[in-house]
Design a binder for this molecule. Structure first.
Ligand SMILES: [Zn+2]
Length: 129
């Protein structure tokens, strides 16, 4: 399942960052979720919480910021945000954005196509507790 795979990848990133920072606990995880990933933020947070059980990040607060899909048209140089349709078909095939001005599908994706860990807040790292 898509959401589980993404959650596992995020968990790996978070735990690695926590280890590098010498964290005793991860309190909060801020994620940026691009619209084109087609991931469901609630489902993602749910799976992340399950995967992080028994780790230093167990019980961490998960904040998901959703980012719009930003594109540039290679034909007319239009730049802007494209709405990603909420259609289950795009879980099976990639969504192909089109230019809002000229309708071209020669599109360069500028942002909103990834799911990344923005920052984590930890305790126990280089501070007197
Ligand atoms: Zn265009």
């Amino acid at each position: 399942m898509h959401d589980v795979t993404a959650a596992q990848r995020i968990a790996t990133t978070v735990l690695q960052a926590a280890r590098e920072q010498g964290a005793e606990r991860v309190e909060r995880i801020d994620l940026a979720l691009g619209a084109m990933t087609m991931l469901d933020p609630e489902s993602l947070a749910f799976w992340l919480e399950q995967i992080l059980r028994g780790t230093v990040a167990e019980g961490a607060e998960v904040e998901v910021e959703q980012l719009p899909l930003r594109v540039r048209c290679k034909d007319c140089a239009w730049e802007g945000e494209v709405e990603v349709p909420d259609d289950p078909i795009y879980h099976l095939m990639p969504f192909a954005p089109k230019c809002a001005v000229c309708g071209s599908d020669e599109i360069e994706v500028l942002g909103g196509d990834a799911c990344v860990v923005r920052r984590i807040r930890v305790t126990g790292a280089a501070e007197d507790d």
